[in-house]
Design a protein around this ligand. Structure first.
Ligand code: KIV
Length: 274
């Protein structure tokens, strides 16, 4: 999938996007035909056990982005720019974005809205790097926007979200993630801009949908937001497998003969003779 293919999908069919952070998962997501794989900075919460997405940096994000692109044959891979790579260091943002393309082989980067978002987005796009915007609930600046809750429930905030989307489109973003926005506001934004909107907790009217894979597979159980649908419940499946392994080892049922290697008796004899 190329950037243009994604843009052309708007109005034809819904765009599918999931996160992935490692080689085997990215391989499965790609095989299923998902359009966009996001190496999200949700890595911090659902893989690394950190309490904030601001706690991952370029080292972690590049490491996981490389594992994902190694597995992917068809999907467009987008990497989340970590907080310190562009919000704390706007001057370094182009250099950091470039690393996701040249070192990790990604097709573009995603930036969350912040006070200098338009300026940084413009610089990165001018360097030839495709940018996906992200507005609404922006976890990297959650303390500034009043917490983990739906954004745009009052007319003033909703209007500013519409303006942000329009400005990001003007700067040349190829798509925008809408996180935790009322469905009718997501519908308005989707109508007002030509580039696709991809919703998470933003209702049915977005041009596409994204979920965090560990949430939708039931692999991350510390906290499940309202907008998550669990398509599988893998946590108890893994627990049962691990308990079975533990019990079979203790009870000497594993490994069975079919999991073991053998040596011919005559060879064994030679050892005993020496
Ligand atoms: O980091 C992430 O997984 C994201 C999605 C929630 C869109 O930004």
């Amino acid at each position: 999938m190329k950037i243009d293919d994604i843009i052309k999908l708007k109005g034809r069919r819904k765009i599918t996007m999931l996160t992935a952070y490692d080689y085997p998962t990215a391989g499965i997501v790609d095989k299923a035909g998902i359009d966009i794989i996001l190496v999200g900075d949700s890595l911090a919460n659902v893989v690394l056990g950190l309490d904030s997405t601001t706690k991952v940096g370029m080292t972690e994000m590049l490491h996981h982005a490389k594992a994902v692109t190694r597995a992917v044959k068809n999907a467009l891979v987008i990497a989340d720019m970590p907080y310190d790579s562009y919000q704390l260091n706007p001057e370094e943002s182009v250099k950091n974005a470039q690393r996701f393309i040249s070192e990790a082989g990604c097709g573009g980067v995603k930036l969350e809205w912040f006070d200098r978002c338009l300026e940084v987005t413009e610089k990165i796009i001018s360097a030839g790097i495709p940018v996906m915007g992200h507005i609404g609930l922006t976890p990297q600046t959650v303390d500034k926007i009043g917490g983990f809750k739906c954004r745009g429930k009052d007319a003033q905030t909703a209007k500013s979200l519409i303006e942000q989307a329009q400005e990001l489109e003007k700067k040349g973003c190829f798509a925008i993630v809408l996180e935790c926005v009322p469905d009718k506001i997501a519908q308005l934004i989707s109508k007002k801009i030509k580039i696709p909107t991809i919703g998470i907790g933003a209702g049915i009217y977005c041009n596409g949908q994204v979920l965090v894979i560990n949430d939708m597979l039931g692999l991350f159980t510390n906290h499940t937001p309202k907008f998550v649908k669990k398509y599988a419940d893998l946590s108890p499946v893994i627990l049962k497998a691990v308990e079975d392994f533990k019990n079979e080892v203790i009870e000497e049922k594993f490994p069975a003969p079919e999991h073991s290697f053998t040596i011919k008796d005559e060879e064994l004899k030679k050892i005993n003779e020496n």
